[in-house]
Design a protein around this ligand. Structure first.
Ligand code: 5GP
Ligand code: MN
Length: 322
């Protein structure tokens, strides 16, 4: 991988008139916040450049962040290629429709922290030991050039990916960077509640249902819960309403691995995996074409629900030494 030891965001973009930024499909807090923070950083420091963020369905809980309303959610054919195109918080595979802009761009830059990402751009800054893509950005942004809106967005991304500085990806550097960010003076309590803890009534209902219907197996060390298409339709829930369910399953005492699945089509499921400490779930996700981090990973699986669970439990058992 062409990994840069020193990386200067503004230098990499020198002379660019048209810059595009995108993150992964079904964007989470880190993807949305990283895109918005980088856009403002570039706009503040390169006033001559046009900077666009393309993201599909950015969750509305992030609508307090600067630039949220400017996110371009359609992906029209564009005559003029981008001078620079950024892929944030993902590999090329998960860029979705933004792939076409990335393909045509004169220069591409990939900034990420997923250990399963091997780098997909001309310039790759992939740092798996860093908690969030927002933290990678924070590391490389010039402190003198930040402002309160950039700080707030970076903080929101870090809050999302560290589970409010709780997950093991949180490092002393994460806390030092977060400290520098809150010094800008935004209301971080309100932000954390809004982007992490607050749920709609519907989200709470589906969470409750998933807890009720969950099944433990492998001596109660694994737990799985499913939302099938019929249930989703009955409650009127969408994938964004499932945020937090898998973590809640993983919070249950004695659970080593939590699996949350929702059906996307006949014999197709989106799967989220969380691990407490013993199992590297990124390794498991990767074996089925997905990816992520040691303690939090995801994938798409085909087959019946039972096929999927059996396949996953074989791999979990291998790691648990059974
Ligand atoms: P979540 O379970 O919250 O959707 O995702 C957990 C982690 O795994 C995130 O870092 C996410 O980016 C990654 N992830 C989720 N689904 C996929 C997938 O299908 N492919 C890859 N490569 N990574 C995924
Ligand atoms: Mn991330």
């Amino acid at each position: 991988m062409d990994q840069k030891n020193s990386f200067d965001i503004l230098k990499e973009c020198e002379g660019a008139k048209k810059i595009g930024i995108s993150g992964h499909i079904r964007p989470d807090g880190d993807a949305v916040s990283s895109c918005l923070a980088l856009r403002r950083y570039l706009m503040n420091n390169m006033p001559e450049a046009k900077v666009v963020v393309n993201l599909e369905y950015p969750p509305s809980i992030f609508n307090d962040l600067w630039g949220y309303d400017d996110i371009v959610q359609e992906f029209p054919e564009d005559e003029e290629p981008y001078d620079v195109y950024f892929a944030l918080d993902c590999n090329y595979d998960r860029l979705g429709e933004a792939q076409k802009y990335f393909d045509k761009a004169k220069k591409t830059i990939n900034i990420d922290h997923h250990m399963t990402n091997t780098g997909c751009a001309d310039v790759n800054v992939v740092e798996p030991e860093v908690s969030a893509t927002a933290e990678v950005l924070c590391k490389y942004m010039d402190k003198e050039k930040l402002d309160v809106e950039i700080a707030k967005a970076l903080y929101a991304g870090m809050v999302t990916d560290t589970g409010v500085f709780q997950y093991s990806c949180t490092s002393p550097d994460t806390m030092r960077r977060a400290a520098d960010l809150i010094a800008f003076g935004f209301d971080f309590s309100k932000l954390i509640k809004r982007v992490f803890f607050e749920k709609t009534y519907l989200q709470s209902q589906i969470m409750g249902r998933c807890m009720m219907e969950s099944v433990r197996f492998m001596d109660e060390r694994c737990i799985v819960s499913l939302v099938d298409l019929k249930t989703a339709e009955f409650y009127g829930v969408k994938p964004k309403d499932y945020e937090g369910i898998v973590s809640q399953l993983n919070n249950i005492r004695g659970v080593d691995v939590a699996i949350f699945m929702y059906q996307t089509a006949a014999q197709e499921f989106k799967v989220s995996l969380r691990s407490s400490e013993k199992v590297n779930v990124a390794k498991i996700a990767q074996q089925f074409g997905g990816g992520g981090h040691e303690r939090a990973a995801g994938l798409t699986m085909n087959g019946t629900f039972h096929d999927c669970v059996n396949n996953l439990s074989d791999k979990i058992a291998e790691q648990l030494g059974d």
